[in-house]
Design a protein around this ligand. Structure first.
Ligand SMILES: Nc1ncnc2c1ncn2[C@@H]1O[C@H](COP(=O)(O)OP(=O)(O)O)[C@@H](O)[C@H]1O
Ligand SMILES: [Mg+2]
Length: 434
């Protein structure tokens, strides 16, 4: 089949096919309509003959009527004569339509009793009777009667044509837009995990787009890895002068000053270590495995609290789910750490869903103002005030949370609790192990 390379060409083909469908179907309906007219003539002819035959029979002497009836039988109408007051079966419901069409014939004697009784062996044959003036009966069989439902009723046929054309067009458009959809899917995953090359096929425009996205992906990744390398190098190299600084601080006579400088150096070292571990991203290659999520959360709580802080857990006793355990542990630890540093009374809630697991970490405290909610997830962002507080941390906690959760296609939502406090809702979608 001829399949153009451009999007416009393909859409044109769709339109052409749709127009073709309309044409083909109109042709069918045209034939239908023609048949309908022909049928109309057939009914008129039958009506006329029945009327004439009845009149002829009425004029013939009673003893000759049976024979006359036989003579009148011809073609598609067979006539017979029955004496007066022969019982006639009632009109058949399903033949009412045909009866109506026959008696519409010009000159049809409407004062007579005219009934169509039944269909004969062949469905196109109809048996009926007509009462003559002297109450004797002319029975007849009409054969070869055309009687199909007529699809010519305007609205119905129009609806049918539109429906079919629409179906065909939608199917074709789906085919045309298929490469676009897979492209959008890839674009959506850029920056989350390994680089996926978009296959450069489909219509011309889509191929250009795929190529553009691929090279953009390359540039973005290059940019990220350049910056990461630079940052890692600086962080790493800073550690040497920092240790020297600590060493030299040991020679300061003023003990007060010496302690302060040492504390600063220790804090700086902790920050550098945090940055380095963020950049090293050890969890990126961790394999997924099915574990008891409830157990993991309870174990983390036990480890963190160690008898001191009281952290509440609510949720099922056991719940198996596929995750990267170490990455998830890091996420939960970061959230608990924040809850303990910036607020109080941390709580962890596990909500098992059918297609996702939801983990909520909430606390009682200041929460995060509406304007800050978006920014706190970005690396190195700390809310003003946290900087001056001796809370440690460099603003990577929530960035790690977002990175690890989104890497598995999950989402993180921050909101403030009524009465003060932060609520972090993590949704992890169920994924089959691949
Ligand atoms: N539970 C919380 N309650 C109030 N503020 C919070 C909470 N968690 C985080 N924050 C604010 O968000 C900022 C960013 O947090 P985070 O990314 O973990 O970095 P860090 O803890 O290193 O400062 C913190 O500086 C803090 O001001
Ligand atoms: Mg933190």
């Amino acid at each position: 089949m001829f399949w153009p390379t451009g999007l416009s060409g393909r859409v044109s083909i769709v339109v052409l096919v749709a127009i073709g469908c309309v044409f083909a179907m109109s042709a069918v309906f045209y034939v239908e309509a023609e048949n309908y007219t022909r049928d109309k003539e057939q009914f008129a002819r039958i009506g006329e003959r029945l009327a004439v035959n009845a009149r002829v029979l009425s004029f013939v002497a009673i003893e000759k009527r049976a024979e006359m009836a036989r003579t009148l039988s011809a073609g598609d109408i067979t006539i017979s004569w029955l004496p007066a007051d022969t019982h006639i079966q009632p009109q058949a419901e399903d033949l009412l339509d045909i009866r109506d069409r026959i008696i519409q014939t010009q000159g049809f004697p409407l004062d007579t009793h005219f009934t169509l009784v039944t269909r004969a062996e062949s469905v196109s044959d109809v048996v009926g009777a007509m009462q003559l003036a002297d109450r004797s009966v002319m029975a007849f069989i009409i054969s070869g009667l055309k009687d199909r439902p007529y699809i010519t009723r305007g609205l119905f046929s129009a609806l049918m044509v539109s429906g079919i054309v629409l179906l065909v067009a939608v199917a074709l458009i789906r085919v045309v837009s298929l490469p676009l959809r897979s492209l959008a899917h890839v674009a959506d995953t850029i920056g989350r995990g390994p680089e996926i090359q978009v296959s450069e096929d489909g219509p011309r425009e889509v191929r250009y787009l795929a190529r553009a996205i691929n090279s953009m992906q390359e540039r973005i990744n290059q940019l990220i890895s350049d910056r990461t390398l630079a940052l890692a190098a600086v962080s790493h190299d800073l550690r040497t002068p920092l240790s020297r600084l600590r060493l030299r601080a040991g020679f300061i006579e003023d003990m007060e000053l010496q302690k302060e400088i040492e504390a600063d150096a220790i804090e700086m070292e902790a920050m550098l270590n945090e940055v380095l571990s963020f950049l090293a991203d050890k969890n990126s290659r961790e394999a997924k495995s099915k574990i008891d999520l409830a157990d993991l959360l309870k174990a983390i709580i036990a480890e963190v609290s160690a008898g001191r802080d009281h952290i509440l857990y609510s949720g099922p006793e056991h719940y198996h789910f596929t995750v990267r355990p170490l990455a998830l542990k890091r996420v939960i630890l970061n959230l608990i750490d924040n809850a303990l540093k910036y607020a109080t009374q941390p709580e962890i809630v596990l909500i098992p869903g059918h297609r996702a697991a939801i983990i909520v970490v909430k606390d009682k405290g200041p929460g995060i103002s509406h304007q800050e909610v978006k920014r706190v997830m970005t690396p190195f962002y700390r809310i003003e005030g946290s900087r001056s507080r001796a809370t440690g941390g460099v603003g990577l906690g929530l960035a790690i949370v977002a990175r690890e959760v989104e890497r598995d296609g999950g989402t993180v939502a921050l909101s403030n609790r009524e009465g003060g406090g932060l609520k972090v809702k993590i949704t992890l979608p169920l994924e089959e192990l691949s």
